[in-house]
Design a binder for this molecule. Structure first.
Ligand code: MG
Length: 290
């Protein structure tokens, strides 16, 4: 008689680090009144998302008219509020290109957030070029290194994974990079499962120490959440990328999108990471002083 097949124990998965991208630089109240624009709205919305289970907040700031800005004073006010109200939360500032040009994009880095986004190459966006010249990428990465900030490397294209590997080999990161695959931005890489799988395979080959996550735009957000959670990665949600729960329902808050992502985690037998677990997974130190 054939022996009983040995039941394969399912490999326990790491908890899922949930990043909430609260505001962005494009979405406004006319898209969804829940998009937090003022600093106080941003702090309140983040606090609610943090209580729901987010362990990273990805931050952009706006001016009094709601336009994107790189103003370091605004970032400082937001950081102070988050440090006070969301103990342990990993604070990530955006150095994305919609809110400034050249070195202005890194003007807030001396505030020493835990993390900052770093796009390592150029590509097209809906109405313009997302310009990240080699010189600017170099400068931003050196600023992050000087201020002991972990980059989240934004992957808009396959070449960006190779650039990240080159930068890691050159000692440009203060620890293993956290990479984020961005899919679904018009005129950039669409959501595509074969490309996603190849991104992942290439990242595992070239950046074996990297942690990874993914962002999908609009209705692609929930699909990307599914792909990342089921493949053992980390995940991003929030009103920056998507303002709806479904075709007909606006998301009532960032926290509601976090709760929806946690349902995806539970469907795959994963738990959201606590901030302490997220710091351990990312090899980040305990909360930096304000
Ligand atoms: Mg952003």
């Amino acid at each position: 008689m054939a022996p009983e097949p040995v039941k394969q124990a399912r490999k326990p998965q790491d908890p899922c680090i949930i990043c909430v991208a609260i505001t962005g630089s494009i979405t406004g109240k006319h898209h969804n009144p829940a998009v937090p624009l003022s600093i106080s709205e941003q702090i309140e919305s983040t606090h609610e998302a943090f209580e729901a289970g987010a362990s990273i907040v990805h931050c952009h700031v706006r001016d009094d008219e709601g336009a994107p800005t790189s103003d370091p004073q605004r970032f400082a006010l937001l950081q102070q509020g988050l440090l006070k109200h969301c103990p342990g939360l990993i604070i990530q500032f955006s150095t994305g290109g919609r809110s400034g040009a050249g070195h202005e994009r890194g003007g807030m880095l001396p505030l020493q957030p835990d993390m900052a986004s770093l796009t390592v190459g150029s590509n097209n966006f809906p109405t313009r070029i997302y310009e990240n010249s080699p010189d600017l990428v170099d400068w931003l990465s050196l600023e992050m290194l000087a201020h002991d900030i972990r980059p989240e490397v934004e992957i808009f294209d396959l070449s960006h994974i190779f650039k990240a590997a080159e930068m890691q080999a050159a000692g440009r990161f203060n620890g293993p990079p956290h990479v984020q695959f961005v899919m679904g931005v018009k005129n950039a890489m669409p959501l595509d499962r074969d490309v996603f799988d190849f991104y992942l395979e290439t990242t595992r080959r070239l950046l074996p120490d990297a942690t990874w996550c993914g962002a999908g735009i609009g209705r692609d957000q929930i699909v990307m959440n599914e792909w990342c959670v089921s493949e053992g990665g980390h995940a991003r949600t929030g009103l920056e990328d998507n303002v709806r729960m479904d075709k007909t329902t606006l998301a009532p808050s960032n926290a509601a999108l976090v709760r929806r992502l946690i349902e995806v985690c539970h469907a795959h037998d994963r738990e959201p990471a606590t901030p302490a677990e997220a710091r351990a997974l990312l090899h980040l130190p305990e909360r930096k002083a304000a």
